[in-house]
Ligand binder design. Structure first.
Ligand code: XMP
Length: 182
């Protein structure tokens, strides 16, 4: 697996240190509020586990399966699983924080925001991503919380995949072009 990595962008200790800061910021902002984190699967699974354990508040969390990527390319179409409807229905009276691994074109976060904004009852709706790529937005959306701004390259590791592989790398790195099949 390691031989397919061109360059490491973010090492495990740096990822964990930044997550600690994000958790502190979120705990401060949501103090005494009923916070529900909605994590987008599968990419945000490690981020969710590490962030949640550091937020010193009694948070709820739930997961939502959303997909828009095929291989290393965005299809531009955001597909939701059935849970999206259930979560939206149960959002009444809650502060929602959508969690994703990476903000790239922005179309996923925009579609998820729109999905929940349509539903009455949520007290607030914010977004948090571990990574955001610079100069790649085709949908005009930004995250309220973010960990690192990175260059426009296809990255894997720490939950991020290429054709469902490399998610279990403990760091975030750029995949070699030779590992990407056309
Ligand atoms: P958009 O383009 O909608 O992207 O902002 C959000 C989703 O696309 C996936 N994505 C990536 N996955 N390496 C990956 O493994 C990448 O560099 C990358 N860029 C986007 C990811 O699933 C994210 O939730």
């Amino acid at each position: 697996m390691l031989e397919d990595i061109d360059r490491i962008l973010l090492r495990e200790p740096d990822i964990q240190a930044r997550i600690e800061e994000l958790a502190f910021q979120i705990a401060r902002d949501y103090h005494a509020k009923d916070l529900t984190i909605v994590a987008l699967l599968n990419g945000s699974v490690f981020f969710l586990a590490d962030l949640l354990r550091r937020i010193a508040l009694p948070v709820h969390f739930t997961c939502l399966r959303v997909s828009s990527y095929e291989g290393d390319q965005s299809t531009g179409e955001v597909r939701f699983a059935q849970e999206a409807t259930d979560i939206a229905i149960n959002a009444a009276g809650r502060h929602l924080l959508i969690l994703d691994d990476i903000l790239d074109t922005g179309c996923t976060l925009q579609a998820v925001r729109a999905r929940f904004s349509d539903q009455p009852g949520a007290l607030s709706l914010k977004t948090c991503v571990l990574l955001k790529k610079s100069g790649t937005r085709t949908c005009p959306v930004e995250a309220d919380y973010w960990g690192f701004e990175i260059e426009n390259a296809f990255v894997v590791g720490y939950g991020l995949d290429y054709r469902d592989r490399y998610r279990n790398l403990p760091f975030i790195g750029i995949l070699k072009q030779s590992a990407i099949s056309s």
